[in-house]
Design a binder for this molecule. Structure first.
Ligand code: GLA
Length: 347
C-alpha cells in the first residue's frame, strides 16, 4: 500500500475528530511541572474517564481512599484494596503518585482518639499515629513520591497558630513534627508536604508561614507546602497568590498546588446557576491568570493537581450548599474541554 493511502485510511479509521486533536495538559506543561488529578477507584476501570486520566495527566492523588478513616477504619484493620487500585493504575501508566493524607482531623474515625470510651493518652495517640503512618507510608514506599503528611492544622480565624483538633489537644503542637518524623522514617525518600487551604488569606498565610518556619528551624524533615487551591471566580488575586508562593518558597520549601478547582460560586452562595457562556468565560479568565502565575514561578512549583477530573462530579456538588451543582474543572460533564481548558493550554 502506498504511504499516502495508508495515511488516508488511518484518518478514516480514527473518524472526523482525528485532525482536531485536544492537546494534553501533561505535554503542554512538560517543561513546567507535572499536572495531576484527584481520582476515585472507580475511575481506574477501563472507560472514558480512565482514558482522559491517562492522556491528560502525569500525576495522580487518591481523592479519599488513602485518608486515615478509609484506609484504617478499625484499629489494625487496613482496607488496602481501593488504594492499591490507584497505585497499580499509576504504575501501569507511568504516572507520578501523591499520597493524601497521613494526619488530618477529618475523615478520621473516633476509635483513633478513644480507648474504652475514654480519650486516649498522649503516649497512646503517638503510638497509634506512628503505627498508622508506618503501615501506610511503608506499604507504598517507593511508589508514592510525595506525601501530604499533615493536612489543615491551622485555624481559619482567631490568633491561635494551631487548630484545636484532637491531635493538638491530646499531643500538643509536637504532633506535627512527630508525623513528619514518622513519615520520614517509614519512607526516607518520599517528599513530605504540609497541606492547607486559604493560603492566600493574609492572616492565615502568616500563621502557616510561622508553623512552617518552626518546622524548618527545628530541621524537621519537611520538603514542601501544598497550597490546596480551592479557589473561586474572585479569589485569589494574582498578587496574593504570588506572595504566598514566594513567601513559602523563601523557606527553602517546594510549592505544589495540590487540590486546584475554581468554583463558579462564592462559598455559601445560595443562588443556583447554570454554566452560561458568560460564566464559563469568566472562569476561563481566572484559570488563565492562575496558570500565568504558576508558569512564572515554575522554578518554585513542582506540581499542579486538579481536585477531580471533570464537572461530571466533584466534591463541590451539593457542598457546602445542598442541591447546588458546581462546574469547577477544565473538562465538562461529558469530559470535553471547556473554555477554561483552552486558556490553560494556550500561551
Ligand atoms: C480538603 C481535603 C481534601 C478533600 C477536600 C474536599 O481540601 O484536603 O482531601 O477532602 O477537602 O474534597
Amino acid at each position: 500500500m502506498k504511504p499516502f493511502l495508508s495515511l488516508v485510511g488511518l484518518l478514516l479509521l480514527l473518524g472526523p475528530n482525528a485532525l482536531a486533536q485536544v492537546p494534553a495538559l501533561k505535554i503542554v506543561y512538560a517543561d513546567y511541572f507535572p499536572i495531576g488529578v484527584a481520582v476515585h477507584p472507580r475511575m481506574m476501570e477501563p472507560g472514558a474517564e480512565a482514558e482522559l486520566i491517562k492522556t491528560q495527566f502525569n500525576s495522580l492523588t487518591a481523592e479519599n481512599v488513602m485518608k486515615m478513616g478509609p484506609i484504617q477504619p478499625e484499629e489494625g484493620k487496613f482496607a488496602w484494596e481501593n488504594a492499591d487500585k490507584i497505585v497499580a493504575f499509576a504504575q501501569a501508566n507511568q504516572q507520578k503518585l501523591r499520597g493524601h493524607t497521613l494526619c488530618w482531623h477529618q475523615q478520621t474515625p473516633k476509635w483513633f482518639f478513644t480507648k474504652n470510651d475514654k480519650t486516649v493518652s498522649k503516649k497512646e495517640l503517638l503510638k497509634r499515629l506512628k503505627t498508622h503512618i508506618f503501615a501506610v507510608a511503608g506499604r507504598y514506599k517507593g511508589k508514592i513520591y510525595a506525601w501530604d503528611v499533615v493536612n489543615e492544622a491551622v485555624p481559619d480565624t482567631g490568633i491561635a497558630l494551631y487548630r484545636e483538633t484532637p491531635f493538638f489537644k491530646i499531643i500538643g503542637e509536637e504532633y506535627i513534627e512527630k508525623a513528619f518524623e514518622f513519615a520520614h522514617q517509614a519512607d526516607p525518600k518520599a517528599l513530605l508536604f504540609y497541606n492547607d487551604y486559604s493560603t492566600e488569606n493574609p492572616a492565615k498565610r502568616e500563621k502557616i508561614y510561622q508553623l512552617l518556619k518552626r518546622l524548618v528551624d527545628k530541621k524537621v524533615p519537611i520538603h514542601g507546602i501544598g497550597l490546596q487551591g480551592h479557589y473561586n471566580l474572585k479569589n485569589p488575586s494574582a498578587a496574593a497568590l504570588e506572595e504566598s508562593i514566594t513567601k513559602f518558597a523563601a523557606l527553602g520549601l517546594q510549592v505544589q498546588i495540590t487540590e486546584l478547582d475554581v468554583s463558579v460560586y462564592d462559598w455559601e452562595e445560595k443562588e443556583k446557576k447554570p454554566l452560561t457562556p458568560d460564566l464559563a468565560a469568566k472562569q476561563a479568565q481566572h484559570y488563565r491568570m492562575l496558570f500565568e502565575v504558576f508558569r512564572k514561578h515554575h522554578d518554585k512549583i513542582t506540581g499542579v493537581t486538579f481536585w477531580n477530573l471533570s464537572d461530571r462530579s466533584s466534591w463541590l456538588d451539593n457542598f457546602p450548599v445542598k442541591g447546588r451543582k458546581d462546574y469547577p474543572l477544565l473538562f465538562d460533564e461529558q469530559g470535553k474541554p471547556k473554555p477554561a481548558f483552552w486558556e490553560v493550554v494556550k500561551f
